[in-house]
Design a protein. Sequence first.
Length: 494
Amino acid sequence: MTSVSETIPVFGQYIGGTWEVGDSTHLIDVLNPATEEVVARVPRGTASDAARAIAAARNAFDHGPWASYTVEERRDALRRMLEIFERRRDELVELNIATGGAARPIAEFLQVDTAIAHLRDMVMRVMPTFEWERPGPAHVGQGVGQGIVVREPFGVASLISAYNFPLLLNIVKVAPALAAGCTAVLKPAATTPIEALIIAEIAEEAGLPAGVLNVVTGDRDVAYEMSTNPDVDIVSFTGSDTVGKLIYQQAAASLKKVVLELGGKSASIITEDANLEKAAGEIVMHTTMHAGQGCALLTRALVHRSRVDEFVEILKQGFAQVRVGDPADPTSSMGPLISADQRQKVENLIARGIEEGAKIAVGGGRPERDRGFFVNPTIFVDVDNSMDIAQTEFFGPVGVVIPFDDDDDAVRIANDSDFGLWGAVRAKDPARALAIARRLRTGTVVINGGGGIFGHGLMPYGGYKNSGIGREYGEAGLDEYLETKAITWGVAEG
């Protein structure tokens, strides 16, 4: 790690429309994970900072001009933000490469362009034609009358995000919250906070009233305040299932609504008649995409026993084409993990797989580099689904190959997991693939590569079991930030 000098930029928190740097002795270093150099510093926010941000959001929701904005005015505000995001697009790509460690194609498409697409979608969803009020049917009971069903903003939203897709994950929380009319406090991950602060810059430039969007940087104390403060109405969290369960418990005391997008150990079922080249290509892509730091990535390849050896040989050829290196180098196809701690976690799990008796068919170890948090893409074979490496989320470039005997066996293995976020089926007969997909206990299933990872980004995204509660993206994501109110009246007053 380089020493901190005056040339390293320092970003402030954004609370109640004001930028705050705070005590210069309490700052977080933001590293380039490929070089381990300090590229920026941000405040180490406190619970007190979070409480002030929540108070600002509460006041903005209850008493500020945002509460009286028409749908058209809210749409115009989001449209101004969209225009600024599009203007700053290239800057955001470079930032993600430097601080998130994403290879350029991932930084451009998934990290930035997909985030902008989600914001654009929310601009469209607050058009005046959006059905905020729906007529209810006449009813007969003790009297005769009619009514309407009204969708209203939930209130103050605590938005707690993860490090791996720092712009996308923040936008898929901020955009629907604002589109619904909520006010928000956003806490990004401590390792990748700058994108969230740029969102605040853009919101300020777009003219959002003070307190509508607040950004606090920090660690557990900030997240705890955001999960427990009684002025918060809804908490949306993306991260590990372990932390998600803690947040769920913390929010329960005041019965807050909670939306959780958590981990995954997603399975791809590859039948005996599947196209092995396409199936293997999909596994190579998922294993190496952003160094495996994605909860929806396919990390369990379930292959018909008769095709396992052939499949593994094709995998080896595919991984031989992967170049691990600094994502700033345009020839690199996979960058580093986010931190030394994350690399150690992944390496510990690789060692555990060897202890369990699994064999490494591809990779293992680190590439020969002096600096950076790199791990080679790794594939295990001779794996039983009961092993830790088949049940524990690596969040790194590691996958396993597990054989199955028939479709029932494949479904059993795929569903034998605490997670249920993503899945895939490869089969020659699409009707057979659909039948298998319907039996999988997971939030999304991709058949024969259709849509790809995030390819249908406006469809509902979320998980079963320990993979979370609620949905993000598109109409389903917006709906999480809306309350439903029924208003009824009689035909006439006697």
